[in-house]
Design a protein around this ligand. Structure first.
Ligand code: PLP
Length: 385
């Protein structure tokens, strides 16, 4: 077996992205402008949602969504613990309290019974994370909550995913996407806030641009040069640049092809590795489509020949990059110190942090790369690595 180097993730960029940035760079319109507007329009259409607002990241999209909903001190927002830290941090940025609940280790998504047990009279919202591209059970979540509680999708990993035939992005009161290079389409950094709620969209739109009542573009094109915007709210600068949006438009046109290929590769892993009984494969969606932001396996600690970290070390030595699925927020130092969480408080999330292992799955790998990953895991299984 000749040694290969396979990265955990690699963005897929080509000549088209290179050409696409020419126009904003030469036109002089660099910040949020016509390219952002076009990107938003195509993104909203693809995800079947009325409003889409491009921002600097999924983190700032989450902050904007919560802020536009009026979340503040005294308000509780329920967040599944097994997620990227940003999901919970966004609640703290608003002065609200993130209340962490457990996840289901078979889907890696929110455990509805645990979520329900955390609801109090102060609960204002739940952030349903579509982790690694699998949509959370949105109908089950909605049905378990009082009608006044808002549901926000953390769709950072779920561009192009669907749930019961409906795309992510319009499944709750608002949704937040990421275009970080670890996600399936990227603009370097970047995010998108989507909603069907016109009033929420209007507030978020104003808040992303310093709280200004009119946009720079409107001012630029308007006939009244003396006009200044009104600033009646405390806003932020979370605008995406037109350079990023030009790249985003090209990437978005490739999204369905990227997902189709990832889905095919995921099926290959599932079949080729079926005989390894200590590796559990990620759950395919009951009805809908997985976006496969990552292929995250669960290493059964009772059956595996080695501890997960040793397995990851051996794969690294063979040139195959792996990562833990993600961390559990209740186990992170800042959250433990501030909220007194104990590691065993949320056993599902604890086990997911300790036992998950993402293996390479992205659009820059070829047939031989996938076969190599499979061969390495089989060698480990037979004790030859
Ligand atoms: C990547 C990610 C984020 C953060 O996205 P950024 O665009 O980097 O801010 C938030 N939540 C989840 C679940 C993620 O995977």
């Amino acid at each position: 077996m000749t040694l290969r180097r396979i990265q955990i993730s690699q963005p897929s960029m080509g000549e088209e992205e290179w050409h696409a940035v020419r126009e904003p760079l030469t036109s002089g319109w660099l910040t949020q402008g016509p390219k952002v507007a076009a990107f938003e329009k195509v993104f909203a259409d693809r995800h079947d949602v009325a409003h889409a607002m491009a921002v600097t990241s999924c983190t700032t999209a989450l902050h904007l969504a919560l802020d536009a909903m009026g979340i503040g001190p005294g308000d509780e927002v329920i967040v599944p613990s097994f997620t990227w830290v940003a999901t919970a941090n966004a609640v703290l940025y608003c002065g609200g309290t993130p209340v962490l609940c457990d996840v289901d280790p078979t889907t890696y998504n929110i455990d509805i019974a645990s979520m329900k047990s955390k609801v109090t009279e102060n609960t204002k919202a739940v952030i349903a994370v579509h982790l690694f591209g699998l949509c959370a059970d949105m109908d089950g979540i909605r049905a378990a909550l009082p009608a006044s509680v808002k549901v926000i999708e953390d769709a950072a990993c779920a561009a192009g995913a669907s749930y019961k035939g409906r795309p992510a992005g319009g499944l709750g009161d608002a949704a937040c996407f990421s275009f970080h290079p670890r996600k399936s389409i990227t603009t370097g950094e970047g995010g998108m806030l989507t909603t069907d709620d016109a009033a929420l969209a209007e507030r978020a739109n104003m808040l992303r641009n310093h709280g200004a009542s009119i946009s720079e573009e409107q001012r630029h094109q308007g006939p009244q040069p003396y006009l200044l915007a009104a600033f009646d709210e405390l806003g932020f600068n979370y605008r995406m640049t037109d350079v990023q949006a030009a790249i985003g438009l090209v990437q978005l046109a490739k999204l369905d092809r990227f997902i189709e290929e990832r889905d095919r590769r995921a099926r290959y892993y599932r079949e080729a590795l079926a005989d390894i009984d200590w590796l559990r494969h990620p759950q395919p969606p009951n009805s809908g489509s997985h976006a496969w932001q990552a292929y995250v396996m669960y290493v059964d600690p009772k059956r595996a020949p080695l501890a997960r970290n040793e397995i990851m070390g051996k794969l690294h030595a063979l040139g195959v990059a792996t990562r833990p699925g993600t961390h559990s927020v209740h186990m992170l130092g800042y959250y433990r110190k501030r909220f007194g969480h104990q590691i065993d408080d949320l056993p599902g999330a604890r086990d997911c942090e300790q036992n998950t292992m993402a293996i390479p799955l992205h659009n820059r790998m070829d047939d031989d790369d996938y076969k190599y990953v499979v061969d390495c895991l089989k060698r480990l299984d037979s004790g030859n690595a």
